[in-house]
Design a binder for this molecule. Sequence first.
Ligand code: DC
Length: 213
Amino acid sequence: MIVAIDGPAGVGKSSIAKMVGQKLGLYYLNSGNFYRGVTYRILHQGIDPTDKDLCIKAARDADFDVRDGHFYLDGEDVEDELHTPAIDLWASKISVIPEVRAIVNENIHALTKKLDIIAEGRDMTTVVFPDAEHKFFFDAEPEVRAKRRFDQNPDAMPYDKVLAEINERDHIDRNKPVGGLKIASDAIYIDTSYLTITEVCDKVVKAIKGQIA
Ligand code: DC
């Protein structure tokens, strides 16, 4: 069984997908980590992130794995290293490159073959798992997503800057030539703005079990 979830940055996809995965015994796959992993590799090896060919090579040479819910790059658990401001910024730009996307997608398919999974990202319902049995699109106003991010760590950045970054990432995500963020025609749309994580999780689980969401 494949459950695919897409939505913009900061909408709660990771927390909810993880929770649903635990409830239903599905292997949880965070596709954003693959783009973050490629970016981590590029920045750590001192590769120029604006050089498209070098970015493609870095993606091709990378070894990706997901074990016990942790993301491994070149044999090292880098799960906790992937959320820095530099990686946020560059992952958003590097994930635009179609060849990088193709390499990431090949790795995702290879790792999830024969597994029952819940995968989340920007193009899980449209490009990577177009035949998924269950598709969801999570959405929330940019201001709501920015407020959630800001409240997680109010000292890190002023609210206006958090909102500006969310708007910039939305713009990049929606305008990618390949794998842009779109609502699949057969996805269930959930506005998470005024719902708790548990409420969204319950809706998703009910929908998967064939009840009315
Ligand atoms: O979901 P996230 O913020 O951790 O994703 C990191 C970056 O990767 C983000 O800029 C969007 C991009 N991404 C993508 O292009 N396609 C995906 N399926 C998942 C993430």
